[in-house]
Design a protein around this ligand. Structure first.
Ligand SMILES: Cc1ncc(COP(=O)(O)O)c(C=O)c1O
Length: 386
C-alpha cells in the first residue's frame, strides 16, 4: 500500500454504509443459532418493508434478479412470449425475461425522466394489438431512484390488459404522487445488493398486495417442496430465499432509510450547486410527479460546451482515486440483445454517450465532494475526444 493510498481515501461510487443497529441484529441472529434460510429475522424484514412501502405482502429473496425471475415465472411467461422492458437499465432487468425463454422488446427513455417513455409504450402496444400478438407483461424500471410515469404507463397497460411489473431495484423510498415505488405493478421488485441505498450484501424482495403471489414466491424460492414428510416435488423450484443472517443486516439498514435518502438528496444538491457554473454539465431531471431517493447523482456532459467528453472526465476522476461510472449502456446496444426489437433508442443512446454517475454514497465526507468537483474542474478542456 503506498503512502498516497493511505493519505487519500478512495472515493467509491456507492459503497455500503453500516451505521445503525446492524451489528446488534446480526448478533441476535447469530446467538439464536438461526442462520439458515428463512427465520424470524426474514419474517420481520418482510413485515418492515411492507410497512415502509405500504404494500400488503413481501417475500425476501437472495437477489433482486431472483425476485424478477420469480415474478415472470408466476405470470406464466414462457418460451416464445414477448415482454416489454425499459431500454435504459441494468442487464438483470432484461436477462430475467430471457431466463423464462421469452424475448425482451425495448422501449426508449423519455428525456424528461430518463424512464420508459409512456408515449412510445402506447405506440408499441397499439401496434402489437393490431398484429394480434400482445406482450405478456410490461416491465418498467425506476431508474437511478426515480419512479417511471405510472399514471400514463398503467393507463396503457389497463387498456390492453397487459400486467405491469415494477423493477424498483434502485428506488426504495422514492415516491410517485406521494405513493412509494414498488406499489404500482402487479408485483414490485427491490434489490439490496452492495451498492444499493440499503444493502444486505446481496438480497432482494418481491412485494405486492396479492398474498397468493407472495406465498407462491416463498414456495418456489425454497425448492417448491410439496407438503409431505419426505422430499417430494411436483413443480420446478429454485434456491432463492434470503438467509436469516442477511435479513438481520437488512433490518438495521432499513431503520435508517429516511436518513440515507436525506443524505443522498443533500449530496445531489451539493453537486448541483458546485457544478452549476460549468457550461455543458446538466443533471438527471427530477420529474414534477415524484420525489427521487437520489440513489446516484448522474450528470450529462456536452463535450462541445464543457471542453471534454464523459470519458475524459471519468479518467480524470479515476486518476484521483475517485470511482465514477458511465450510465447503463442501453439494452438495445448490448451485443447479447442485438436481435431484439427496440422502439426509439436515440434518447437512451445519447444519455449513455454523455452520462456519468458520480460518487453518491451516504458515507461520503466533505473533503471527498471537494476532490470530485476539483477533478471535474481540472478535466475541463483536458482532452478533446469529440
Ligand atoms: C434496475 C436493476 N434491476 C435489477 C437489478 C438486480 O438486482 P440484484 O443485483 O440484487 O440481483 C439491479 C441491481 O443490481 C438494478 O439496478
Amino acid at each position: 500500500m503506498t503512502s498516497h493510498y493511505l493519505a487519500v481515501r478512495n472515493a467509491f461510487f456507492s459503497p455500503p454504509h453500516l451505521e445503525g443497529r446492524e451489528r446488534e441484529l446480526l448478533i441476535q441472529a447469530y446467538e439464536s443459532n438461526w442462520i439458515i434460510t428463512p427465520g424470524p429475522q426474514v419474517d420481520a424484514f418482510e413485515q418492515e418493508i411492507c410497512r415502509k412501502v405500504g404494500v400488503g405482502h413481501a417475500a425476501a429473496l437472495a437477489s433482486g434478479t431472483a425476485a424478477l425471475h420469480l415474478a415472470f415465472v408466476m405470470l406464466g411467461i414462457k418460451n416464445g412470449d414477448e415482454v416489454i422492458c425499459s431500454d435504459l437499465t441494468f442487464a438483470a432487468t432484461a436477462t430475467a425475461i430471457v431466463y423464462c425463454g421469452a424475448t425482451p422488446v425495448f422501449i426508449d427513455s423519455n428525456p424528461e425522466t430518463w424512464n420508459m417513455d409512456p408515449g412510445l409504450l402506447a405506440e408499441e402496444l397499439d401496434s402489437c394489438a393490431k398484429k394480434g400478438k400482445l406482450p405478456k407483461a410490461v416491465f418498467a424500471v425506476d431508474l437511478y431512484g426515480q419512479c417511471a410515469d405510472y399514471d400514463r404507463i398503467l393507463e396503457t397497460c389497463k387498456r390492453h390488459e397487459v400486467p405491469l411489473i415494477e423493477d424498483t431495484a434502485e428506488a426504495l423510498g422514492a415516491t410517485y404522487n406521494g405513493t412509494f415505488a414498488g406499489k404500482f405493478g402487479a408485483m414490485g421488485v427491490f434489490s439490496f445488493n452492495g451498492n444499493k441505498i440499503i444493502t444486505t450484501s446481496g438480497g432482494g424482495m418481491l412485494a405486492c398486495d396479492n398474498e397468493d403471489y407472495v406465498k407462491r414466491a416463498r414456495f418456489l424460492s425454497t425448492q417448491a417442496r410439496d407438503a409431505a414428510p419426505h422430499y417430494q416435488h411436483s413443480q420446478i423450484g429454485y434456491n432463492y430465499r434470503l438467509s436469516n443472517l442477511l435479513a438481520a443486516l437488512g433490518r438495521g439498514q432499513l431503520e435508517r432509510l429516511d436518513e440515507k435518502i436525506a443524505r443522498r438528496r443533500a449530496i445531489n444538491e451539493f453537486y448541483r450547486n458546485a457544478l452549476k457554473e460549468f457550461p455543458g454539465v446538466e443533471f438527471m431531471p427530477e420529474a414534477s410527479y415524484g420525489r427521487m431517493n437520489c440513489w446516484l447523482t448522474v450528470i450529462l456532459i456536452t463535450p462541445e460546451k464543457f471542453g471534454a467528453d464523459r470519458e475524459a472526465v471519468r479518467l480524470a476522476l479515476e486518476k484521483e482515486n475517485i470511482e465514477s461510472r458511465p450510465i447503463w449502456k442501453p439494452m438495445h446496444m448490448q451485443p447479447v440483445f442485438k436481435d431484439c426489437r427496440v422502439r426509439g433508442g436515440e434518447v437512451s443512446e445519447d444519455l449513455f454517450e454523455r452520462g456519468l454517475c458520480l460518487p453518491s454514497g451516504s458515507r461520503m465526507i466533505e473533503e471527498e465532494f471537494d476532490r470530485v468537483t476539483r477533478a471535474i474542474s481540472c478535466s475541463q478542456g483536458s482532452q478533446r475526444n469529440f
